[in-house]
Design a protein around this ligand. Sequence first.
Ligand code: NAD
Length: 478
Amino acid sequence: MKKISNYINGQLTAPHSNNYIDLYDPSTGQVYAQVPDSTLIDVDAAVAAADAAFPLWSSTSVEERSRLMTRIADLIEANLERLAIAESLDNGKPIWLAKKVDIPRASSNMRFFAQAVTQFATQAHEMTNAINYTLREPLGVVGTISPWNLPLYLFTWKVAPALAAGNCVIAKPSEVTPMTAFLLSEICIEAGLPAGVFNIVHGDGLKVGAEIAKHPKIKAISFTGSTRVGAEIAKVAAPVFKKVSLEMGGKNPNIIFADCDYDKMLRTTLQSSFANQGQICLCGSRIFVERPIYEKFKKDFVAKTAALKVGHPSDDTVKIGAVVSQPHYEKVLSYIALAKEEGGTILTGGHVIHPEGYEEGWYLAPTIVEGLPHNCRTNQEEIFGPVVTIMPFDTEEEVLTYANSTVYGLSSTVWTENLSRAHRIAKKIDAGIVWINTWLLRDLRTPFGGVKNSGVGREGGFEALRFFTESKNVCIQF
Ligand code: NAD
């Protein structure tokens, strides 16, 4: 059985306890590898290595840091095939999707921040008899904690700005999908990243994540995951005044007006509902449709959803692979049962699928539910699977009330050709990200994050470089 290793002080190492956690292939439901079950001892070793590496890394020129990160980006690209297969095996997503989205984006994250840091500048404030200039200094040792849905993509989205800004990093990928982070540690060794600059400690959330969150030498935590765990991290970090960036859950509205570009909307809505088995924090799981086109949309959307092929991730014609784990599979099924209990009608899906030869894998048919009020649990709680609800609406005011009715506020999608309405809604919707007539179109320079229980702080572009640095003002009188 393959055992993956921690990456501490430039070395691939076994966990101190020598204990491991089983790693499952969601497409077969079978154990295929093992991940270190690390503890505080491993976290301490990583922090000591990072602390020792910090003076040199933080004083390494921006050009040299940028060069090393660009080399890592190149090596991710050179290993596209291998990384995509590993991501799919760990997560259950189609290989073609990992090849098209996850791995190229991991490489772009490294390349983007390698370049962004060369353009990062500070301000000067002039007075009549003095000048102020502001330094932005790396924080020291920082922690990143990331989830299973876009494993390498979100892992690098945090690690890249932290390293570019001159910090040394202790990173914890999800214990459910750690494989590509492990492969990245091999790539970092090959790229010649100095020992201790970047450390990966694998393991359980409570044993490793919580220890990183409360470690006195770790100055900041960048977390992506559930709102429940984000709240735990905030609780631990607050009394020690640790900087935190929290990217958490969502229950995103997809608002469709009758005047939209219908074909584009339908094509995109299929993706925004079910891409990555609906396991993208930005998926639009509550679909509100203006009444004049509700019946037509329902018919077309149900037909297209029912035609989506569910099956083994290695099949290039498959649109929906396996969901990530047995607990998650059971959670999604429990929400389908809840939707029925609450009076919803399943228009398509609502059941498990057993592809031939992979009967033990965790496959779910993409599911559309109708007939539920906006304020029921199914429409308020995050399901994070291939399940969406559709609801008609009559007025702009009414749909805004529905859209803003949850505790979440991550992203939103609006379909309309009416420019004034698009602007009005964008201003009034409770979300950190508003897509008009598109979905998941990303410019890495833009601020990324949520409002309400979806997030604290922003990632992306200079926002991320600001998070991973501290400003210091210097005032000189003439
Ligand atoms: P999770 O919160 O269970 O786990 C996320 C990470 O936190 C994992 O690495 C886990 O091991 C670790 N962890 C668990 N308990 C911890 C603790 N007490 N202290 C410190 N770390 C701990 O989330 P998940 O199930 O891996 O991912 C799904 C969730 O992530 C969904 O809610 C989804 O919306 C959210 N998500 C949000 C975004 C975003 O950008 N806002 C992006 C992707 C996923």
